[in-house]
Structures are given as C-alpha cells and as structure tokens.
Design a protein around this ligand. Structure first.
Ligand SMILES: Cc1cc2nc3c(=O)[nH]c(=O)nc-3n(C[C@H](O)[C@H](O)[C@H](O)COP(=O)(O)O)c2cc1C
Length: 191
C-alpha cells in the first residue's frame, strides 16, 4: 500500500502537512491532536501537552486554549517564540512547527471561541486558584468560581518553519519549509 506521505513534490508535501493537521483537529483519536508545545521561561525551555483546537492554513495558524493565568501565557507574553511537536505513531511521521504566538484574551476572537466551549470544559477555566499555585491538598484544586470566560485565552501561533520527518520503511525522509516573502520555501534535508 502506498503512503500518502510518499511524494517527490515539496509543494504537495507542505499541503499534505497542513491538511493532516486539519484532520487531527476533527479526529480526537489522531495522535497529532495532542501536540507538545514548547515555550521559554527566560531560564530555559518549557514544554507541555495541549489540545490542537484550530488549524488555519491560509494564515499559517495553530490554535490552542489556555487559562490566561497559566504560566505558559506569562512566558508567551515575554517571549512569543513557540515550537509545536507532533508525532503519529501509526504513520511514523513527525512534524515540528515553529513560529510566534499571540495571546488572544478578552478579544472578539476569544469571546467567540468561548461560546463554543462545552459547559463541561468550562470548569477548566473556573478554578479559584491560579493554575500552578501551591495548595494544601488536591481537593483545593477543585474550588470553583462562577464565570470562567474572563480566564479563557487562545494561543495563536503563526508558523514560519516546518520540519517534517518520515520514518519510512524504505528509508527515512526529511524536508524543511520556511516562510519567506509570502511563500513556503521547501527543501529536502538529510534525515
Ligand atoms: C492530554 C492533555 C491535554 C491537555 N490539554 C490542555 C489544553 O488544551 N490547554 C491547556 O492549557 N492545558 C492542557 N493540558 C495541561 C497542560 O499540559 C499543562 O499541564 C497545563 O496547561 C499547565 O501548563 P503551564 O504551567 O505551562 O501553563 C493538557 C494536558 C494533557 C495531559
């Protein structure tokens, strides 16, 4: 069976990466729906799992949700450089995507997105305590305040670099893409 990743065209590959990212938003079982997202705290790197919520190929955007009070939001406000890591254990394809993030908090975009957050998930943004703050015991992490919308934020990363790696049975393949002067410049690289 031929793999959809088996192409000699860099243009097709770049397009395929974005369409696969889009599919992973719709399919929660897709391994790419839970990327690791890296930031910097000034001392060094920091990384955590986030749910990929939106993909916009035209604007090269990847979107995740976060509590605005979270550590990563403070980090991004200081240093917006962000790296996303995706790996699909089935296809053995890894994508690393780098760019600069904007925090959308109490904007039209974040208010519209909040309307679509299911009630059950809204509790994630209602903790009385600030995420990451020390508490006396685990139960204290479940003290909620009303609302939640005021704590809801989006991390919107505009991607400028893509690094694709396929551990293909017939031999590994790798390609990199850089956004330059309004176009993706791709090249094959040594895996
Ligand atoms: C499967 C999984 C999905 C997660 N999804 C999110 C998410 O979409 N948004 C989020 O802020 N945290 C999410 N988390 C929690 C983060 O990994 C992290 O622990 C939390 O956001 C605090 O990170 P920070 O201190 O860097 O802000 C998820 C964790 C797991 C294990």
């Amino acid at each position: 069976m031929t793999s959809p990743w088996d192409t000699a065209s860099l243009e097709e590959l770049e397009s395929r990466i974005w369409s696969e990212l889009g599919h992973s938003v719709a399919d929660t079982r897709h391994p790419w729906s839970l990327p690791a997202v890296a930031t910097s705290d000034g001392q060094g790197p920091d990384v955590r799992t986030l749910v990929l919520r939106e993909v916009d190929r035209t604007w090269r955007r990847l979107v995740a949700y976060s509590d605005a009070r979270a550590t990563k939001i403070a980090q991004l406000r200081t240093d917006p450089r962000t790296a996303w890591h995706f790996y699909d254990t089935r296809s053995r394809v890894q994508v690393r995507a780098r760019g600069v993030s904007l925090v959308e908090h109490q904007t039209d975009f974040s208010r519209r997105a909040w309307e679509l957050v299911p009630e059950a998930n809204r509790a994630n943004y209602r903790t009385m305590g600030v995420p990451g703050a020390a508490i006396a015991g685990p139960a204290e992490g479940h003290i909620f305040a009303p609302g939640g919308a005021e704590n809801f934020a989006l991390i919107v990363t505009t991607i400028s670099h893509l690094d694709w790696l396929w551990l293909a049975p017939a031999g590994h393949r790798r390609a990199c893409f850089e956004w330059q002067a309004g176009h993706w410049q791709g090249c094959w690289t040594v895996p």
